[in-house]
Ligand binder design. Structure first.
Ligand code: BGC
Length: 352
């Protein structure tokens, strides 16, 4: 464990290294539970850092577009920053306005990406792990109930980073947790990810309105630029004159994953042909938000002096569907007192 710098309010951030015997390694800080670096081998065996981010805590505190962090209490958007639960209407911060339409995004002004997590490193037979815990207070960011959250990162022997989420509450509340890593499998700082070949195990997606809020339908991807059931490069169809791509400036959509049975199952695979790096994403979640980094503006000075261009990284945010608290036909996200939320996602690396 090393220091990752001090926040403006004098809090010392810690950086933990989790690794296996192959040299696959993740560096994670207790501020926002952020994956700061993730080193995976290419076809020739060279390790490269495949996630976007900043060299120091200051970058994350100042201006991060959610690089690498834990997202909560509710990931993605909630229409108009409002939902009703058990007859009571809750009003949340409207901290985002795509298309000029205000909404709540990623848990609010100070979501789980900006809080300090209690960190407990451990090692087991697989490799290194880090257990992070946070208690979100009743009323925090407008949400009901004291929520105990635990997020466990584990580096395993097969070059995977496994993330286990758990949560318990003392009042019914919506919960939808994810990780917001931006990947570039050619290495952070490499050109846009348009040449990465993506496969998504999803026959349907949830189209959005101009404010990037799901319209409510779960629509087949067949004959659309959203059909990634067979591999397509991210860039192949991204600039087609399609209303959905226009609203988001590219891909920024929730895909409804096929055939889940409770165990982590393949949601996505991504191959970067030059390096040969292959990322497989497995999850127990029903959805994945595929975001092609359209809002990166080429203005952020990231790690190693790299300026990240538009679409310089992609996210695969495994989660329940956006705006679920307002969408009766989506899988429910309400956690009840006495129940425990369990969710697992695995980011596994190999080469081709
Ligand atoms: C959202 C994007 C948003 C980004 C924030 C993604 O999860 O889908 O619309 O801009 O997070 O960096």
């Amino acid at each position: 464990m090393t220091s990752f710098g001090q926040s403006p309010d004098g809090h010392e951030a810690r950086l933990y290294t989790l690794e296996n015997s192959n040299g696959f390694r993740a560096e994670i800080t207790d501020y926002g539970g952020i994956i700061v670096r993730l080193f995976a081998r290419d076809r020739k065996g060279r390790l490269g850092d495949v996630v976007l981010g900043f060299d120091t805590l200051a970058g994350y505190v100042a201006q991060s577009p959610y690089f690498g962090c834990i997202i909560g209490r509710v990931g993605n958007r909630i229409a108009n920053g409002q939902f009703t639960l058990n007859g009571q209407t809750y009003t949340l911060a409207k901290n985002n306005r795509p298309g000029g339409i205000p909404c709540h995004l990623h848990g609010g002004m100070r979501g789980f990406d900006k809080v300090w997590w209690d960190a407990e490193p451990f090692t087991n037979a697989d490799g290194g792990g880090l257990r992070l815990r946070y208690q979100s207070k009743d009323g925090e960011e407008g949400y009901p109930g004291n929520l105990d959250v635990s997020v466990t990162y584990l580096v395993t022997g097969d070059d995977a980073l496994r993330i286990d989420y758990e949560a318990q509450t003392d009042r019914a509340t919506p919960v939808n947790l994810t990780n917001h890593s931006y990947f570039n499998l050619a290495g952070e700082g490499a050109p846009p990810v348009l040449g990465h070949a993506l496969t998504l195990n999803a026959s349907a997606y949830t189209p959005v309105n101009a404010g990037l809020i799901p319209r409510g339908e779960i629509t087949p991807v067949e004959n659309t630029p959203f059909d990634f059931r067979a591999p397509h490069t991210i860039g192949d169809r991204i600039d087609r004159p399609h209303e959905q791509l226009r609203f988001a400036g590219g891909y920024d959509h929730n895909f409804a994953l096929d055939a889940r049975d409770g165990a982590p199952a393949i949601a996505a695979t991504v191959l970067e042909p030059q390096s040969g790096r292959l990322l497989e994403v497995l999850t127990t979640e029903p959805g994945v938000q595929f975001y092609s980094g359209n809002f990166l503006t080429g203005m952020l000075a990231g790690k190693n002096g790299h300026v990240y261009p538009r679409r310089g990284g992609f996210c695969l945010e495994t989660q329940h569907f956006p705006d679920s608290p307002n969408q009766p036909d989506f899988p429910p996200v309400i956690l009840q007192p006495g129940a425990t939320l369990h969710s697992t996602t695995v980011y596994r690396f190999s080469t081709r």
